[in-house]
Ligand binder design. Structure first.
Ligand SMILES: [Zn+2]
Length: 143
C-alpha cells in the first residue's frame, strides 16, 4: 500500500476533534457508537515500532487522554482500545466507549452483532467530545 491508496492519508478518517503536527483525533461516523474516536498518526507509518520512542510516547499519551475523556461520559461501562491496521496499515488507534446495551457488548466491536433492534446509546455531541478531549489533553505530562 502506498500513501496514494491509503484511506488515512487520503482523508481525515472521521470528524476532526483535535490535531497537532504529529497526529489527529477524529470521531468515527458510526450512529451505534457516538463516542468512538480514532487517534491517527499524520504520516504514513506502518507499525508502532517505526516511530521513534518520543513519538510513540506522544501517541500513547494522546490515546490515554482520549480514553480518560471518554470515561467521563455518562453511561459508559468500559473503554476499548485497539490497533489493527490489517486493512489500512497506517498507525491508528481505536478508542471506543462501550455500554452494556450496545450492539456488540460484551464482544469486540468488530464481532457479529448480539443485539437486534435499537441499541442503547450514549448521548454525546462532537462539541462535548472536543471539550472533554481538550480537558484530558491539558492534563498530559509535558514532553
Ligand atoms: Zn497512510
Amino acid at each position: 500500500m502506498t500513501t496514494d491508496s491509503c484511506d488515512l492519508c487520503g482523508s481525515e478518517g472521521g470528524e476532526p476533534i483535535w490535531r497537532d503536527a504529529r497526529l489527529r483525533i477524529v470521531r468515527v461516523a458510526d450512529p451505534d457508537y457516538p463516542a468512538y474516536c480514532r487517534v491517527i498518526w499524520n504520516g504514513h507509518v506502518r507499525e508502532m515500532t517505526d516511530l521513534c520512542p518520543a513519538d510513540r510516547t506522544h501517541l500513547m499519551n494522546v490515546v490515554f487522554a482520549v480514553e480518560a475523556a471518554l470515561r467521563c461520559l455518562a453511561g459508559v461501562e468500559k473503554i476499548n482500545l485497539a490497533s489493527f491496521g490489517n486493512l489500512t496499515p497506517h498507525v491508528h488507534w481505536h478508542v471506543v466507549a462501550r455500554t452494556p446495551g450496545d450492539r456488540h457488548f460484551p464482544e469486540p466491536l468488530w464481532a457479529a452483532s448480539r443485539v437486534r433492534g435499537a441499541p442503547v446509546r450514549i448521548e454525546v455531541s462532537v462539541e462535548l467530545l472536543k471539550q472533554t478531549v481538550r480537558r484530558a489533553l491539558a492534563r498530559l505530562p509535558k514532553e
